[in-house]
Design a binder for this molecule. Structure first.
Ligand code: ADP
Length: 415
């Protein structure tokens, strides 16, 4: 089946076309046929399209809203210019898979979209006021442009973490606040943690029950996940993606009293503080330079910039702290798995995170570590290491496509 995977942000639309099926997925032979990105929807939009194996096409064009943006994508997809194998008309798209950020307690797994599911996604808007409305725009646009006959599936960032026990997801606040407002930890990046854990099982031949690992998604947003018997037991992001690790522009864990103190000292409003915590903190805030790890590593190497080093060190120490906590929670960790732009590409950051963990049985092989970058997959720990360390490039779009097929065919979930 050809699946159109859509990931809509407030002013962006990312897509991929992936050919997959239950058999292709078993053999890991799914095929990405095309991908693209539209940015700055609502003004002069920047469009990048690429059929797999061909050069990317870039253009600027005014696109008013997500509907117009998706219309642009569809026209390109079926055009003779794109020449995507097997895609000649709308009938060649068999289903659409949508990334949806927040499913709260409504959605513990992916769901074929109908009126009830749309209502559920709307109910979660309060918890993800920026993301869920954008995801809904993509759903409405796809329905309108592709017609009701093409099934659509919602795949939630939160649902993998729905297996967390109360002891992991409850904040120690008055319990009635959880009852009244569902204030709790939900966790995000679930699609990535789930993809990586499943790929780990494919690589190692482990059963779900044998899978006790720590997965680290380190990109612009960062989160760690403690996976017990193949299911999420704990994760570092909370009610929103702000909690946990240091990220590009988010600071992660913080004493909540800082908020009132800041309001008092700096005369800031709550929404200004929210923007500061989400957009001006993390690597950017600490370094005063950039949210981009690659640039920070360059600054450190070329100019010995002290604050760049500090930002990277604090980033690495926070990840280390979560690894330690998850060892304590899981007991028998077999492997630590790195994913995301930083996790997949930076041997230096991986080394800084893993340094000093030898006493936990984590021994890094510096040669292997240095070799695995740029989308490669493999082990970076020594043969003698009791706990193995892997780099497994994440592929959230592929998991969305596979889940879409599974839901449309009503096949059982195996991972
Ligand atoms: P997102 O979370 O937005 O999907 P990515 O997973 O692409 O982001 O990760 C982006 C981060 O990965 C950036 O901080 C970028 O600097 C970092 N990154 C990408 N390549 C490298 C590299 N070779 N070395 C260090 N960091 C890298």
């Amino acid at each position: 089946m050809n699946i159109l995977v859509l990931n809509c942000g407030s002013s962006s639309l990312k897509f991929q076309i992936i050919e997959t099926d239950l058999e292709l997925f078993e053999k890991n032979e799914d095929k990405q046929k095309a991908k693209g990105l539209i940015e700055r929807i609502g003004s002069q939009s920047l469009v990048t399209y690429q059929a797999t194996g061909k050069p990317a096409v870039k253009q600027a064009t005014p696109l008013r809203d997500h509907r117009q943006a998706l219309d642009h994508v569809i026209r390109w997809m079926i055009s003779s210019e794109a020449q995507i194998p097997g895609i000649h008309s709308l009938a060649d798209i068999h289903a659409v898979g949508h990334r949806v950020v927040h499913g709260a307690e409504h959605f513990t797994k992916s769901a074929v979209i109908d009126e009830q599911v749309i209502g559920g996604i709307e109910d979660c808007i309060g918890l993800a006021p920026l993301h869920n409305p954008a995801n809904l725009k993509g759903i409405y646009a796809a329905r309108e442009l592709l017609g009701g006959g093409i099934p659509q599936v919602a795949v939630f960032d939160t649902s993998f973490h729905s297996t967390m026990p109360e002891t992991s997801y409850l904040y120690a606040l008055p319990y009635q606040l959880y009852r009244r407002h569902k204030i709790r930890r939900y966790g995000f990046h679930g699609t990535s943690h789930r993809y990586v854990a499943f790929r780990y099982r494919q690589l190692t031949g482990k059963t779900k029950e044998e899978t006790n690992v720590i997965t680290l998604h380190l990109g612009n947003g960062c989160s760690a996940c403690a996976i017990k018997q193949g299911e999420s037991f704990d994760t570092s992001m909370g009610m929103t993606p702000l909690e946990g690790l240091v990220m590009g522009t988010r600071g992660g864990d913080l004493d909540p009293s800082v908020i009132e103190f800041l309001a008092h000292k700096e005369g800031m409003s709550l929404s200004e503080i929210d923007a500061l915590l989400n957009k001006q903190s993390g690597l950017l805030g600490l370094s005063g330079l950039t949210n981009d790890m690659r640039d920070l590593l360059d600054e450190e190497r070329e100019h010995q910039d002290r604050r760049a080093t500090l930002a990277i060190d604090i980033f690495a120490q926070r990840v280390k702290k979560y690894i330690g906590a998850y060892f304590a929670e899981l007991g028998n960790v077999e492997s630590i798995i790195f994913a995301g732009g930083i996790g997949e590409n930076s041997p230096t950051v991986r080394r800084r995170i893993l340094a000093g963990l030898e006493w936990l049985g984590v021994e890094t092989d510096d040669n292997l570590n240095a070799k695995i970058t740029g989308g490669k997959e493999g082990v970076i720990s020594k043969e003698s290491s009791r706990v193995k360390t892997f780099v497994i490039p994440t592929n959230e779009e592929l998991l969305i496509a596979r889940d879409t097929v599974r839901c449309v065919k009503d096949a059982p979930r195996r991972w």
